[in-house]
Design a protein around this ligand. Structure first.
Ligand code: COA
Length: 711
């Protein structure tokens, strides 16, 4: 038997059902697959010769990526959404009520609908393949598991463990899925088929697996209505705290889970369907799905337009400057890209400190069981360092992370040019210095570029690759590919002051400092922007970055762009009074033993102001439109290659709220003409710095958008 996406082979009473959606690297469950699976199940159910089934995938490294996202973004009405979700539920119910044992053999990602189908099976086996990840990522796309996931997972592993997965949209590797009771066995991929068939045979012979019950806490909290209410109320509080009310999916998922536990599976499925139909058509989900696709397409982008040369493999990385940033870059490179890392710094104790800091990145991973002890020792052995450039002749890429001073950097680059191979790429990790100014002292400027990492390097997902007019495509694609190997979302930007992220951040930060000077309360400014959806407010950000660093960067931007980027005086005045922010315990806020203790009221005295309340929306408009307008100006200068890159960089570089899709998506959603009107109002009230970007004016005249109107 075989269809387009499913083939079946029966031998010795066991039917092997293999999913393999043609022409796609992953299996997804769209309408065609659903119909085929339904027909296959009908046939196998009636086949007397079939005693059990093994479900598996024909893809080398993917089991099932869940519902077909392309299909669900095309939904236009709640009725269509309900029909889609009901069909999925009915199919998975058929699997659950199949009447003969069904073993699922999972190799590669088993996500969303893939896991929901697996949960309806009798026995689950997963492999140790690195791509095997199991989970329900739906809330990350603004929807909920609606094919029984909110019902079957809590019944299988207990309420608390299920909520941990469902409410965060988590995916976990096979070993963790096994520990949590989601899968019954973990095996090497080479023996998966054999183990699955054996399990199918045993189940057909009447064997029933025993599963842990969750112990005393399980009895008290998961299987007892009062305990469940306590768990639910804590979960709700936690969701409200973490989403700030901007993401409706986690609360909807919680409701579907709790409703099902109180009223039974059928009622729970109804609730799943209702929530799905509402969420799938909502703005938040549309934006999150757009980000998913933007992110996927960025992950395949070479970094240059048109035909691209092959990136050169980077096996040996060298890092000049083993300070805070250099050590973190080297440590993360060893961790993620498993490359040999050679540090160089001026003095032996600095080299040693850098090595220690890089090793501590690996140690943290080991402690959290993210890497094995064997991997830890292997990666640790990749790190070495010296006070000279020995070993640099082997480097494929050098990243310089020394003091932010043009002359110092130029000197380092000149030295490097003499020490490295011809095809080695030379990168500067700078946030303020133009790469072209460094490159101009080089004999070979074509291999010079910037790699702007964000701090903390280990955690921040964005990497800006800065190219000059002289940077070669080969150097660019090599840096992009290496950044990706380090696990970064890698965006190529033009060598303009502030690049992209700091460029659009500057006017926003300046405006927030102006508001303080005008007498707006510090905590109100932060609260207004958190309310808009930023993870932290701008004044908190200033304190975190350090007022000295912010002052210096502000100065660079002012010099480059003039009046529009003029910083207010607040940061300079606090700095004169010795306040640097969190790093020295005093900035706009007060800190004790590293903990923030509220606004430092004496900052108001220093600034000679008496703060007054101001409505939140006024604050938001000034700050957000300062950033959006700058984004339009920078896009017109081609600082980023596309709106996609600009949005992804803003989301992952500064935490621009994902639920609105990024700054350029936000402008589209708000309306370009309306944005131009808003800027005109702000210009009238607060000055020329709000003059609308020419690009926005032209787009408003032509009724254009940054993105086509459909997703
Ligand atoms: N629906 C539609 N298309 C999907 C998809 C889905 N659920 N999952 C993956 N794809 C597409 C990707 O967009 C990509 O398309 P492209 O080649 O045209 O760009 C292709 O499948 C390969 O995916 P990619 O992400 O590049 O491969 P990967 O091996 O790095 O990762 C996954 C595979 C499955 C881990 C990852 O794609 C993923 O997380 N998918 C979404 C899972 C999800 O959220 N499921 C719940 C849906 S409700």
């Amino acid at each position: 038997m075989s269809g387009t996406a499913i083939s079946t082979h029966v031998a010795d009473g066991i039917a092997r059902v293999v999913f393999d959606v043609p022409g796609s690297p992953v299996n997804t469950i769209g309408t065609v697959v659903k119909d085929e699976l339904e027909a296959t199940l009908m046939e196998l159910r009636g086949a007397g010769s079939v005693r059990a089934i093994v479900l598996s995938s024909g893809k080398p490294d993917n089991f099932m990526a869940g519902a077909d996202i392309e299909e669900f973004v095309r939904l236009e009405t709640a009725e269509q959404a309900l029909r889609l979700v009901r069909a999925g539920q009915a199919l998975i119910n058929k699997l659950a009520d199949f009447g003969k044992p069904v073993v699922v053999a999972i190799n590669g990602a088993c996500l969303g609908g893939g896991l929901e189908a697996s949960l309806a099976c009798t026995y689950r086996i997963a492999t140790t393949h690195p791509k095997t990840r199991i989970g329900l990522p739906e809330v990350q796309l603004g929807i909920i598991p609606a094919a029984g996931g909110c019902q079957r997972l809590p019944r299988l592993i207990g309420l608390r463990r299920a909520l941990d997965i469902i409410l965060a949209g988590k995916t976990v590797p096979a070993a963790v899925a096994h520990r949590r009771g989601i899968v019954d066995e973990v095996v090497h991929p080479a023996v998966l088929d054999e183990v699955a068939e054996r399990a199918a045979r045993r189940l057909a012979d009447g064997w029933r697996p025993t599963r842990p019950t969750g112990g005393v806490m399980g009895a008290l909290l998961d299987r007892n209505p009062i305990g469940r209410r306590i768990v639910a109320s804590q979960a709700e509080k936690q969701i409200r705290r973490s989403t700030g009310g901007h993401y409706p999916a986690p609360l909807a998922a919680l409701d579907a889970v709790m409703h099902g536990l109180a009223k039974g599976v059928d009622a729970g499925l109804d609730r799943e369907a209702e929530h799905f139909a509402e969420l799938a058509l909502g703005e938040v989900s549309r934006h999150l799905v757009q980000i998913f696709f933007a992110d996927r397409s960025l992950a395949k982008d070479t970094g240059v337009d048109g035909p691209a040369p092959q990136p050169r493999p980077v096996r040996n990385l060298a890092v000049v400057g083993a300070g805070f940033m250099g050590a973190a870059i080297g440590g993360t490179a060893a961790l993620k890209a498993s490359v040999d890392v050679r540090f160089r710094d001026a003095a032996p104790d600095r080299v040693q400190a850098g090595l220690n800091a890089a090793r501590s990145i690996l140690e943290r991973r080991l402690k959290r069981k993210r890497i094995s002890r064997h991997e830890y020792y292997r990666k640790r052995a990749l790190l070495s360092g010296a006070t000279d450039l020995t070993g640099f002749h082997r480097a494929d890429l050098v990243i310089e992370a020394v003091f932010e001073d043009l002359d110092v950097k130029r000197q380092v680059f000149r030295e490097l040019e003499a020490a490295v191979r011809d095809n080695c790429v030379l990168a500067s990790n700078t946030s303020t210095i133009p790469i072209s100014r460094i490159a101009e002292v080089m004999d070979r400027p074509d291999r010079v570029l910037g790699m702007h990492f964000f701090s903390p390097v280990e955690k921040m997902l964005l990497l800006e690759i800065i190219v000059t007019d002289k940077t070669s495509p080969s150097a660019t694609v090599t840096a992009v590919a290496f950044g990706r190997a380090m696990g970064k979302k890698t965006v190529v930007v033009r060598d303009r002051p502030g690049f992209w992220v700091n460029r659009i951040l500057s006017p926003y930060i300046n405006e927030s400092a102006r508001l303080v000077e005008e007498g707006v309360k510090i905590e109100e400014i932060d609260a207004a922007m958190k309310h808009f959806g930023f993870p932290v407010g701008p004044i908190t950000l200033l304190d975190e970055v350090g007022l000295d660093v912010a002052y210096k960067a502000g100065h660079v931007m002012h010099e480059a762009f003039g009046q529009r980027m003029q910083p207010g005086g607040a940061v300079a005045r606090l700095l004169e009074a010795g306040r640097k922010g969190r790093k020295n315990g005093t900035g706009f806020y007060r800190y004790e033993d590293g903990k923030r203790k509220g606004v430092d009221e004496s900052a108001y005295d220093l600034l000679k102001i008496d703060p007054q309340p101001v409505p939140g929306p006024d604050i938001q408009n000034r700050l957000i439109f300062a950033m959006l307008n700058e984004a339009a100006l920078a896009l017109e200068e081609e600082v980023v290659r596309s709106p996609r890159d600009g949005d992804i960089a803003a989301i992952f570089g500064i935490g621009f709220p994902p639920f609105v899709g990024g700054p350029l998506r936000y402008l589209d959603g708000y309306g370009i003409a309306r944005s131009v009107d808003m800027l005109a109002r702000l210009e009238h009230a607060y000055g020329e710095r709000f003059a609308a970007a020419p690009l926005l004016r032209r787009m408003a005249d032509g009724a254009e958008r940054f993105y086509p109107s459909s997703p």
